[in-house]
Write a protein that binds this ligand. Sequence first.
Ligand SMILES: [Fe+2]
Length: 398
Amino acid sequence: MGNYWKVAGSEVNDQLYVNDLKEQYSSGKLADASEVETEISKVKYPEFLYRTKAEEAGLYNNHANPDHVKNDKGHLGDPTFKNLFKAGLKIEKFDLSPNLGTEIDGVQLSELDDAGKNDLALYLETRGLAVFRNQDFRDKGPAFAKNFGKYFGPLHIHPVAYSAKDHPELFVTFRKAGGPSRWDLQFKHQTDGVRWHSDVSFEEYPSSFSFFVALEAPPSGGDTVFVDLREAYNRLSPPLQKFFETLTAVHSNEYQQKGAALRSQLAKVKETSYSEHPLVRTHPVTGQKSLFFSRGFIQKIKGVKESESAFILNFLEDHCLNNPEIQVRANHRGTDSRSVIAWDNRFLAHTAILDFLNHETTARHHYRVTVLGEKPYLEEKKVEDSDSDGEDKHPRAY
Ligand SMILES: [Fe+2]
């Protein structure tokens, strides 16, 4: 049996493809890292489009976060979320699905006090994600964003991505404005741009929360789709749940690093990460189990034969990623989007949607505050599972 499992990016091990890419970069057909220099004058928020300079290359490392299980702010959240949805505010909420994701208008994230942030943590840990409309976040500047994020835990420094100037903790994702030539380049070698992942799962201490702040967005499209990996776990039969609980996956950013090098993009963190994480993990606050299926970063299942690893991963891809019943789509609502999408990476995977590339559009430009969480673990019992009267401290309802 061949290896049916193709990790997104594994084509950079294909010498013919790599040679073709090199030729395109050198001939200017495909933009390399220097494209930022030409785009920076066109974007509305140039301070959030900073290319790593030579003096910063290899300067950073990410750190351990061993106390996150007990420090997660969701432990302090109020299950009624009264500090997030304060009485007297005019708040509109719309659930994207019964179990996953909610759009919220009327809550200003920048004005939350500590109790409000604790509720926000618990809210994301139950609803999975929230799309906050009409935020002033993007105009508060990078230092504000960092302080906001640090409340929830240490911030991740992305190895190769663009960042905010002088603020390497702010990850920037940037896609140039659409147009027919953009479509041609993107889809020359592939039929889609879907890249499911959980943010930075290649780290020993991957992300708990991501706050994704829109700077510019296309008039329509460029959405982010999310999948609920709790529900993906819950739908499995008990024998398969038990089997998957015995497995460990190897996550790595190897292909991301190689791709960046091909584009002459300097790495802030040079070392490639290889981390082993349980395929089923327990949430430190809700105690719920979920699959930890970060498709783009998982290289293999540890300790089994190659064909067996491929068999398991292909099953999971079909089970998790081909089921719209457990997915929702978060959008930006137009070019003047002031949306902030926040989510819990521990039981969600997501992908950007590149459906705008054959339209004349504005850029898709965001920054992300990425909070480091705990080292993933599998445990039968919740860490802080009950009050003395035996009642669950936190609601198990989604
Ligand atoms: Fe992501």
